[in-house]
Write a new protein. Structure first.
Length: 315
């Protein structure tokens, strides 16, 4: 497959996001940047540099629903919009789904120790939605589906960083369009997000993310085109390093816990003293990820107190 990379600026600390124009039987762009004017210009010039106009693009395929990836679905008037079912709910800006999100976050923040009076100010779902596009999907992909117009290119569900995440692996070339599953310089945050199936309760995002890394590790991969930063080779080595670092951080959480009984918020405050207030959602997701890992491996237990707040202690 011929792959043309476009680097698109974002207003987020992560910096640029990558989109890829791929010419197969269909002309497809994978990811489209956040819905800002700067990103629109970068997209337009990037598609032009690949030899096309925005209206030539036949398909937009999304690796996941986050605003830095799924913003400019609106910029391609003739394109089918393709991605995960979860992504569709975001693109529809569905009021009921947004309410579900807000309620889910409020409950999770409360049970992990955020005082009631701070909860409302800490839930930013609607603000995040502003840079997400507004065209719903025209086609939903499921795990194992082939991307239309690209024979042998398989969508592989790889949840953890997002509840809508796919990588796209070519069984012909062993190249992968990897979204944010594995990045060159950054460790993707195992964000806590409400599950599509509301009966399931909170997903354990870090454990889910590690399962997704294992799926990737078992694939033969020549080159991985990533959502941020450089392309990757040598995937198993990188995964090994990342898992080692993750375990060290989990160990640090275990040490910080000492002999005390603490909430996830108290631990987050100790782990990330300088940024936890500004970036509560992101840092709390990380701490909860480590706690899930420690609990799954029998190092800590979690118990709710009378107020319904989880206290963690060493086992
Ligand atoms: Zn991203």
């Amino acid at each position: 497959m011929s792959v043309h990379k476009i680097e698109i600026p974002t207003p987020y600390p992560v910096g640029d996001v990558n989109a890829f124009v791929v010419k197969g039987d269909a002309l497809t762009i994978f990811d489209v940047g956040p819905k800002t004017m700067e990103a629109y210009d970068a997209l337009k010039w990037g598609v032009h540099a690949a030899g096309y106009q925005l209206q030539d693009i036949e398909q937009v395929v999304l690796t996941h629903h986050h605003p830095d990836h799924a913003g400019w679905v609106d910029a391609f008037p003739n394109a089918e919009i393709i991605g995960h079912e979860y992504n569709d709910k975001w693109l529809r800006h569905d009021e009921e789904f947004l309410n579900y999100h807000e309620q889910f976050y409020s409950e999770r923040l409360y049970e992990h120790g955020v005082p009631r009076e701070y909860i409302q100010a800490s839930v930013h779902v609607r603000r995040e939605m502003e840079l997400v596009g507004e065209r719903p999907l025209t086609q939903i992909l499921h795990d194992g589906d082939e991307v239309p117009g690209h024979p042998g290119l398989k969508a592989i569900e790889t949840l953890g960083h997002a509840q809508s995440h796919f990588i796209f692996w070519s069984e012909r070339t062993n190249n992968v369009i990897g979204g944010d599953l594995l990045l060159d310089k950054i460790t993707p945050n195992p964000l806590i997000e409400p599950p599509l199936d509301r009966m399931l309760g909170r997903t354990k995002s870090l454990l889910q993310y590690n399962d997704s890394l294992e799926i990737l590790r078992q694939l033969p991969v020549n080159k991985m085109y990533t959502g941020h930063g450089a392309d990757l080779e040598n995937i198993p080595d990188l995964i090994k390093k990342r898992l080692e670092r993750q375990q060290l951080q989990s160990k640090k959480v275990h040490e910080l816990l000492g002999e005390e009984q603490l909430t996830a918020v108290q631990l987050t405050e100790r782990l990330y003293p300088s940024i936890f207030q500004r970036q509560l959602g992101l840092t709390l997701s990380k701490t909860i990820g480590h706690l899930d890992y420690l609990e799954a491996n029998d190092f800590v237990t979690a118990e709710k107190n009378e107020a319904g707040v989880y206290l963690f202690k060493r086992k």
